[in-house]
Write a protein of this length. Structure first.
Length: 430
């Protein structure tokens, strides 16, 4: 079985809360233990600069998120665990991708469009308060993903469009410069719960309704006591449906424990007691990790060292890959001649090609296929093999337009045929 590369990042703009834990940290730590996967987990601190203008907060959040991942059981020796800004190849790749990305594609990004719509509704200039960083966000994210040729990217639903854009950028780059990038796929964990916050809406920093994952135990208890409930008195049966308290409990408890609480709801448990149960259940899972977290937070230098090791490991891939990409786009040492061309060989293997063959009818044919073997053009029959060969030659040189072939069997899109012919011509050095 081939190794699947899984990559995801967390923007270092806040303090991890229970929703992040249930929705992102816990599933990724579990996934990192699966066989046949190579995992890349990183702290997206360049992304944080897009929304946070407070240096101390970026630094603090980076520390907290790194400590959280480690305290929750991520083994930095088994995965690639690094900080985005320790990999200078990422901003470099961002630029290479920027140059093959249509501005129109970025105009369509949901986050950018939402900002424009808001301005328009408020009677402001469309781009009021929109930084070029916000506009470029999807390109930076594509660089994160494509740098390591990740197959799968676990993300929330709001990020699906960004993964699709990364696929577009990969395709544009490959089209121009040869097969360098693997198109990534978003992975949405359907069974992972979206946690409600203190007020019953989705737990999110922007609603200010979060419960920090590693709040000290007393504060955790106080916050839980503040979760909204309805006004039913002790003894009155309560609804599990729509109960934030119940949903949070469920995200941490076994099915049996959840069934028990549902029964207690039906039997009219007092809200205060239900909250106490939730607190106890959370504490059971969180307390051991909190001890590790607090120890880690006392030693930022250990975390720094771990991240530095992770960066070295990640750059073991990023540095040579970037060298290959630089060469592919023509950022080359001027002395690089035949020797440098040798390392484009892997790209050539995956090039489109012409194939000539003889059929059972005794006649000669050729076809043009993509790197993957899909047939783009299918010739008519030739009685002489040399005529078939000459026609192919003329097609490659552009001396004969493929559309002028006698009875062309056009099977692929015109743009694909043109691109394939161009690629063959370039590979020949014509
Ligand atoms: N944009 C992601 C978020 O806010 C974070 C992120 C940055 C990311 N780069 C990434 C996620 C690459 C997955 C892959 O959630």
């Amino acid at each position: 079985m081939t190794v699947q590369r899984v990559l995801t990042g967390i923007t270092t703009s806040g303090t991890p809360h229970l929703g992040n834990y249930v929705g992102a940290v816990r599933p990724t730590v579990r996934a990192s233990r699966l066989a046949n996967t190579e995992n890349y987990y990183f702290l997206a601190d360049y992304h944080a600069l897009i929304k946070v203008g407070d240096p101390a907060r970026v630094q603090r959040s980076t520390l907290e998120i790194a400590a959280t991942w480690l305290a929750c059981g991520l083994d930095p020796d088994k995965v690639f665990f690094y900080r985005q800004s320790d990999i200078p190849e990422i901003p470099e790749l961002t630029w290479l991708l920027t140059c093959v990305t249509g501005k129109g594609l970025l105009n369509r990004a949901h986050a950018y469009k939402a900002a424009v719509d808001k301005n328009t509704a408020a009677g402001q200039e469309p781009d009021d308060g929109v930084s070029a960083g916000l506009f470029m966000y999807p390109v930076l994210m594509a660089a994160d993903i494509l740098m390591f040729n990740a197959h799968h990217v676990p993300v929330g639903r709001d990020q699906i469009q960004h993964i699709e854009m990364a696929r577009d950028m990969a395709a544009s780059f490959n089209h121009l410069y040869g097969e360098h990038f693997t198109p990534p796929q978003a992975v949405i964990e359907a069974h992972v719960a979206t946690l409600p916050g203190l007020d019953g809406r989705k737990m999110s920093k922007s609603y200010d309704n979060t419960i920090p994952l590693f709040a000290p135990t007393e504060q955790l208890r106080k916050l839980i006591m503040g979760i909204v409930t309805d006004s039913r008195a002790p003894g009155e049966p309560k609804d599990t449906e729509g109960s934030a308290l119940f949903q949070i409990f469920q995200a941490f408890a076994t099915p049996e424990e959840t069934a028990d609480l549902a029964q207690a709801y039906a039997a009219g448990i007092a809200w205060g007691e239900a909250k106490e149960r939730l607190y106890q259940r959370l504490e059971q899972e969180i307390a051991p990790m909190r001890t590790v977290y607090e120890e880690l937070m006392r030693h930022p230098e250990h975390i720094e060292a771990t991240l530095q090791r992770g960066a070295a490991k990640a750059r073991g891939i990023a540095t040579p890959f970037t060298a290959r990409l630089r060469h592919a786009v023509g950022l080359r040492a001027l002395s690089a001649g035949a020797a440098a061309q040798a390392d484009t060989a892997p790209a050539k293997v995956a090039a489109p090609q012409f194939k000539q063959y003889r059929e059972k009818d005794g006649l000669f044919y050729f076809k043009l296929t993509t790197a993957k073997g899909e047939v783009l053009l299918q010739s008519a029959a030739y009685t002489q093999p040399r005529d078939a060969a000459q026609t192919m030659q003329q097609l490659v040189l552009g001396a004969l337009p493929w559309s002028a072939l006698p009875q062309t069997g056009q099977l692929g899109a015109a743009a694909d045929i043109d691109a394939a012919l161009l690629q063959i011509r370039q590979a020949r050095g014509d």
